[in-house]
Design a binder for this molecule. Structure first.
Ligand code: AMP
Ligand code: MG
Length: 356
């Protein structure tokens, strides 16, 4: 799911859960102490639901995580002057510079995830994302894709996350094309950070839903959280999955951000092997304990496509995947198939080998 960063704002305050993506069950016991707020931050509507706590505590926790979101929004915004921009300016020089603690965890964790994904998830390709125009909030002004020559020149010296070297308290870039763009990952990390913060307040049952990508802890008034998965080719929900305990559900889709040129659609998930939008997948949904990992994995498996996704999922430690291929085929591993309930007529499912 994409991260773009307009100014944070508090949008609505209602007491009962009405999200389209967190589905209600058939029998509706009356919710007790249900706190529900929505804010616009990190380019998306973020819905926070807290169950079974006093309203004052829920309000206090909510205010605290608003500060978190604000901080992450300002620090990780890809194209305004902030810690990330400073790092990007310095990485291209090849010189050593002091590392920024606010970005370090993102870099370290994405180095691991990028390697596991065989470079399909590659936050070092910020320059390529910019060439396509997907760094912008508003895609309306993009009129055509970049020149193929420009793309090939970039690919001839493709930067990777291992082009960042560390020594003591400094770091340096070893590829002149490297620019970090955490659009495929930062929202997940933000959801993890804020869920951990809610836990510090003693909150046991909550969900943070950032535009359909979410992490849920505990349960929803004694029932599992029921999460809807959007249909990539039609309005509404396609399937549902129940989560309880502590799990994240993230989806990457070709319908999320795109522009059209000469009657052709170009979406925002770029295959670092070709320099073009990945063309084998409509959407991928991943369930994993950590939202950051789920976010990175959904992007990587989208690019991997219907043949390669089990290998990459295995390497990234992912246990539940559903991939809708470009031709509409529905792929899953057996453990995911046990959890998914279709809300439309059940399609034929192509099962992978179990993910260990
Ligand atoms: P997501 O919606 O989580 O799949 O993230 C898509 C966003 O991540 C895009 O808008 C880009 O900013 C960025 N992105 C695109 N392709 C890649 C890639 N191969 N690796 C890492 N980030 C990417
Ligand atoms: Mg992602």
């Amino acid at each position: 799911m994409t991260i773009k960063f307009p100014k944070i704002s508090r949008v609505v305050s209602i007491l009962f859960l009405t999200s389209t993506l967190v589905l209600s069950g058939c029998t509706e016991p009356k919710p007790v102490n249900e706190f529900h707020e929505t804010v616009f931050t990190m380019g998306t509507l973020v819905e926070v639901t807290i169950i079974g706590e006093k309203e004052a505590l829920a309000e206090q926790a909510f205010t605290a995580i608003l500060d978190d979101f604000n901080y992450m929004h300002n620090t990780w915004h890809p194209w305004k002057y902030n810690a990330l921009k400073r790092i990007n300016n310095l990485l291209v020089t090849g010189a050593k510079f002091s590392l920024a603690p606010s970005i370090l965890p993102l870099i370290k964790k994405s180095q691991v995830l990028s390697k596991q994904s065989q470079g399909l998830f590659n936050p070092a390709i910020g320059q390529l994302i910019k060439m396509w125009g997907f760094h912008q909030d508003n895609l309306d002004e993009i009129i055509e894709p970049p020149e193929d020559e420009q793309i090939q020149a970039f690919l001839s010296d493709l930067p990777s996350m291992s082009d960042i070297e560390f020594s003591n308290l400094s770091m340096r870039g070893t590829n002149k094309n490297i620019q970090l763009d955490f659009g495929a990952f930062a929202k997940g990390v933000a959801v993890d950070t804020t869920i951990e913060h809610l836990k510090e307040f003693g909150i046991k049952n909550a969900i943070i839903n950032a535009g359909g990508d979410l992490r849920a802890i505990g349960n929803n008034n004694g029932r599992p959280w029921r999460i809807g998965i959007r249909n990539p080719r039609a309005k509404g929900v396609f399937a549902a999955v129940e989560v309880s305990g502590d799990e994240s559900v993230f989806t990457s889709g070709d319908y999320e951000r795109y522009f059209e040129s000469d009657g052709k659609r170009y979406h925002h998930i770029i295959d670092p092997r070709t320099g073009y939008p990945a063309n084998k997948t409509r959407s991928v949904t991943v369930i994993h304990s950590e939202a950051g990992t789920a976010d990175a994995a959904a992007t990587a498996l989208f690019i991997a496509g219907p043949e390669k996704w089990p290998e990459i999922a295995q390497a990234m430690g992912i246990k539940y995947v559903m991939l809708i291929a470009r031709n509409g085929d529905v792929h899953m591993n057996p453990a995911m198939a046990k959890r998914i309930k279709f809300t439309i007529q059940q399609p034929a499912i192509k099962l992978s080998k179990p993910l260990k």
